[in-house]
Unconditional design. Structure first.
Length: 507
């Protein structure tokens, strides 16, 4: 492959750029969980009804999940640095609006706007890393840091949300985004130098934008509604049918148009396809667990919001260790599938420990080691997953490939919350029906039923993680640097390292 000056001389400010990109990613991931802790207080202050409170979460999820592919394509077309900075500024303004909300309409609108600008910001951040870090070893370190933040940021959000809500008030869970965004935007503007020749200036695929956005919105809303209205609800079923029809039409359209929004070559390469699928499944398991453990610790164990947040610390420590120490050190020594597959299996073992939850479960004996193993496994798997998501991609497709990672995570999160919560609710109802006649303490019965439901759903999460491991091992066949694709030796080190570089010349 011909090398340009960009390849021979990496951007000297790339590590400074990583700091600002990581800060922006942390802000986006934090926001996904920090609002959950503040929601009860905000609901009371703004007079939001129980029926409408879900829209504080749903408005963000619909805008973010539905517009991610469009955001990734805008980054490729408009320039990743410009899209990144605009996304940060817009996210800060939307956060200020949310913090100043005086009624439910302002709150829902601000959350939708956060989702819109998040959909610009998230794929631009990941694709900037993809085009700035082209050396295999440096790429491993950069994506190790990014993967740790992407994986652990949600748990950090629980801690920060608890602290801000308990010691200040819920409005600060929005205002806290503003300094993050200002620092990241200023740093990005002055430090980031996007490689030349990396844009995709083809005309925008309007039919693809419309079909993908409506299809993803229908899918995310279908799972969100299923959580509250049930799987057999007419509107829930209609949303799933519409999602299938729209997304099939989207695929057909992308195969035929000259300049598709999502070139099918991004999905059909088996390594990237394996990453999108296995990562989406893993997120299903992880997001469901966040929800269950938060309720278990606060409702059953009586933890305060702050104590609940700090109870997630072992998971954060595990994710950071797995991503920056295990994943980064081994990424250039073993094939990625031997990090992702075992990583998901270690996480499954941690999840398996958490199926033992009961009313008197010891935090130190069961929950702490379970979360630590879950964090270690997920961190180890996330790191190569983030790197492989843009593996071998042409620079012009980096934004939309990065958007696919975020799409698989966002859709996975929506599916995980709805699917596992529905399983837990069914198991809880069944337990109450079986034990109500013999119960002497209604409150005790309620708590035991809740914990039984959590344990049943976590068993499903264990199976989902095992499936994610199997998919990663079966589909991902690229070798480590020093080995050819599929893990066979014989390629020169230079050739193999080239496999892990993103070309910086337009094709």
């Amino acid at each position: 492959m011909p090398k340009t000056a960009d390849t021979a001389l990496p951007d000297p400010s790339r590590w400074k750029a990583l700091a600002f990109i990581a800060l922006a990613q942390l802000m986006v991931v934090l926001d996904a969980t920090i609002v959950n802790i503040a929601l009860p207080s905000a609901q009371t202050d703004l007079g939001i009804s129980d029926g409408n409170k879900q829209w504080v979460i749903t408005a963000y999820a619909l805008a973010f999940g539905g517009l991610l592919l469009f955001g990734g394509r805008i980054a490729d077309l408009w320039g990743r640095k410009r899209t990144f900075v605009v996304g940060l500024i817009g996210f800060a303004l939307a956060s200020a609006l949310g913090g100043a909300a005086q009624n439910e309409a302002m709150m829902f609108g601000s959350r939708a706007l956060q989702g819109v600008f998040g959909a610009l910001l998230a794929p631009a951040a990941l694709s900037l890393l993809a085009v700035m870090f082209t050396d295999a070893k440096e790429r491993a370190k950069a994506f190790g840091i990014y993967g740790a933040i992407a994986g652990g940021g949600g748990a950090v959000g629980l801690i920060l949300g608890g602290l801000l809500t308990e010691y200040l008030n819920w409005r600060w869970t929005f205002y806290v985004n503003i300094p993050f965004a200002i620092v990241a935007a200023a740093g990005a503007y002055f430090v980031i130098r996007e490689p030349s020749g990396a844009r995709n200036r083809a005309p925008l695929d309007i039919p693809g934008v419309v079909l993908s956005t409506l299809g993803l919105v229908a899918l995310v809303y279908g799972f969100t509604r299923a959580e509250s209205a049930g799987w057999s609800d007419t509107l829930t079923v209609s949303m799933f049918v519409a999602a299938v029809v729209l997304l099939v039409a989207f695929v057909v359209t992308e195969a035929r148009v000259k300049s598709p929004l999502l070139p099918l070559r991004v999905l059909t390469e088996r390594n990237r396809g394996g990453v999108y699928l296995s990562l989406g499944l893993a997120i299903i398991a992880m997001f469901g667990l966040f929800l269950f453990l938060t309720y278990y610790l606060q409702v059953v164990k009586g933890y305060s919001p702050v104590k609940t947040g700090f109870a997630f610390m072992p998971m954060i420590v595990g994710m950071i260790t797995g991503s920056t120490q295990i994943g980064t050190r081994l990424m250039t020594r073993v094939p990625p599938r031997l990090l992702m597959g075992p990583g998901f299996l270690v996480a499954a073992v941690g999840m398996l420990l958490l199926t033992q939850l009961d009313l008197n479960t010891s935090y130190a004996a069961v929950i702490l080691p379970g979360m630590l193993l879950l964090g270690l496994g997920m961190g180890t798997a996330f790191m190569p997953a983030m790197s492989l998501a843009t593996h071998g991609i042409e620079p012009r497709d980096a934004g939309v490939a990065s958007a696919m990672v975020n799409t698989s995570q966002q859709v996975g999160g929506a599916i995980g919350t709805a699917l596992l919560n529905t399983i837990a609710a069914s198991a809880t109802t069944a337990y109450v029906a079986d034990h109500a006649a013999r119960a002497t303490d209604p409150r005790l019965l309620e708590l035991q039923a809740m914990v039984t439901g959590f344990a049943a759903a976590i068993w499903w999460a264990v199976g989902i993680l095992v499936a994610a491991a199997a998919i990663a091992i079966a589909l991902i066949n690229t070798g480590r640097p020093g080995m050819g694709s599929g893990g066979t030796t014989g390629a020169s080190d230079a050739d193999a390292e080239e496999e892990f570089r993103i070309p910086v010349v337009a094709h």
